[in-house]
Design a protein around this ligand. Structure first.
Ligand code: SME
Length: 152
């Protein structure tokens, strides 16, 4: 990712000392979304009960409100706990299209200090194959910086 270390330092500075998850999520999506022209939708889906994700802070067009773990790219990330790098959303079984312009997607697990899954970070792009392993690793570092100390 372009200027990853500067972005990481800026987010760390903006969120330092904050523990409220919504405030942290809102700040992270704002900075991420405006940092990279590939990002057409950037948002969190929160684990609100076992097996269910509900939309959290996001930037971009409206997103669907609820996603069961059985469905979509977000559900696959929540179910497996593994990052999902989707180079072509049309080829992903049961992809949930919140926008017809989305071509590729990156979804990462978000864990608190105990290691529990508290959310997933979903980034959509209108560009095919927009995301790489390096993007996933860079974003995972930022998520660990921000949420890795947050108590359950
Ligand atoms: N595409 C996601 C759904 C969320 S919208 O993209 C904001 C999925 O398949 O889980």
């Amino acid at each position: 990712m372009a200027e990853h270390e500067a972005l990481r330092a800026r987010i760390r500075s903006l969120t330092e000392g904050e523990t409220d998850q919504v405030a942290l999520m809102a700040t992270v999506v704002c900075e991420l979304h405006h940092s990279d022209a590939r990002f057409d939708w950037t948002g969190f889906y929160r684990v609100t009960e076992p097996g269910l994700l509900k939309i959290g802070p996001y930037q971009g067009g409206h997103g669907c409100l609820a996603i069961p773990f059985e469905r979509g790219v977000c559900g696959a990330c929540a179910r497996t706990g593994e990052p999902q790098i989707v180079v072509d959303v049309e080829a992903f079984p049961d992809h949930i299209a919140c926008s017809s312009s989305t071509r590729s997607e990156l979804v990462l697990p978000v864990r608190d200090a105990s290691g529990a899954l508290i959310a997933v970070l979903d980034i959509d792009s209108d560009r095919p194959a927009a995301f790489t392993e390096a993007d996933a690793e860079a974003l995972a570092q930022i998520l660990e910086d921000v949420f890795g100390h947050v108590a359950a």
